[in-house]
Design a binder for this molecule. Structure first.
Ligand code: PAF
Length: 304
């Protein structure tokens, strides 16, 4: 394989690429070859390998994914890469929170074995090139409002899976559409990795944990709790047999009344193919994306 030294064509903010010299024992690698070498030694020792792809700014939700994958595999690799290809123009790529030192401490405490920290030039040595697109699943919900987003996600996740070749990889159900896109790409491209979903971890008031919650002011943070509350109330009404399209309208109006500035979508859809649900069944989930100020929050829950 050629030397990976080409300059990347994406534009990136100046983020640290150096190693932090704090008392830390978790192993860190920054290259594909370094990752593969480490995984090879584990495989030779008969150990199975799990991968937790992240963009850093870690919280308890990410740590639960580490715990989740370690139930299945002997070793856990966590990748931290803020992927420029999945951010649209005007989105928060530049401002996305980055805190490598803190993330590494948290991962060490959580029992992860290796942090993979590729640079953008390592990940995309030639800049944008071959991409992976999952038709259908990528076009609804967030896909309608963030054109190209899931192509960016599918491409980087395919690369991460092929770079690490883990036995299993885990993704949070907070991004349920992303999870389905990744399950489909792994199945359709015959990538021999088990794709696992990890339950959403929530704050005491029900707000789903997200790295983007850090953008919220105190007042916005209290408004944000209306999102999971609305979803729960609507799911209960759906289960009681109320009309789903009427509930969606009621939910959108309720969120706006409660301080959200805009609602991208609030829709009952089926977990498998993300088609619109006609009536609430055991595969039905309610998906929502709504804005508070400049922050876009997403959440989803299933019918209990
Ligand atoms: O969910 C995320 O943090 C990202 O979309 C992922 C899966 C790490 C790909 O960049």
């Amino acid at each position: 394989m050629g030397k990976r030294t080409a300059k990347c064509k994406f534009k990136f903010p100046a983020v640290g690429t150096h190693c932090y010299n704090v008392s830390m024992t978790i192993a860190k690698v920054r290259t594909v070859s370094g990752l593969r070498a480490r995984v090879k030694t584990w495989r030779q020792a008969g150990l199975s390998v799990g991968l937790v792809p992240t963009m850093g700014a870690l919280h308890a939700g990410h740590l639960s994914l580490v715990a989740g994958v370690l139930k299945k595999t002997g070793r856990a690799v966590v990748s931290i890469f803020v992927n420029p290809a999945q951010f649209g123009g005007g989105e928060d790529f530049e401002n996305y929170p980055r805190n490598e030192a803190e993330d590494c401490k948290m991962l060490e405490a959580a029992g992860a074995h290796l942090v993979y920290l590729p640079s953008a030039a390592e990940m995309y040595p030639e800049g944008p090139g071959a991409t992976v697109r999952v038709a259908g699943l990528s076009e609804v919900l967030c896909g309608k409002f963030r054109p190209g987003h899931f192509e960016g996600v599918a491409t980087v996740v395919t690369k991460l899976l092929l770079q690490c070749l883990p036995d299993a990889a885990i993704f949070g159900e907070k991004d349920f559409q992303q999870l389905r896109v990744i399950q489909k790409l792994a199945a359709d491209l015959d990538i021999p990795v088990e794709i696992l979903g990890g339950a959403t971890v929530r704050e005491a008031d029900g707000l789903a944990m997200s790295s983007r919650n850090a953008y919220l002011t105190a007042a916005q943070r209290s408004t944000a709790a209306a999102l999971p509350k609305t979803i729960k109330t609507l799911l209960n009404k759906a289960q009681a047999g109320e009309d789903l399209r009427t509930l969606e309208k009621e939910g959108r109006a309720g969120l706006l009344l409660n301080g959200f500035e805009a609602v991208d979508y609030l829709e009952f859809r089926e977990a498998g193919d993300l088609s619109l649900s006609r009536k609430a069944g055991k595969e039905t989930r309610l998906f929502a994306a709504a804005w508070i100020g400049k922050t876009r929050l997403i959440d989803n829950m299933k019918v209990e």
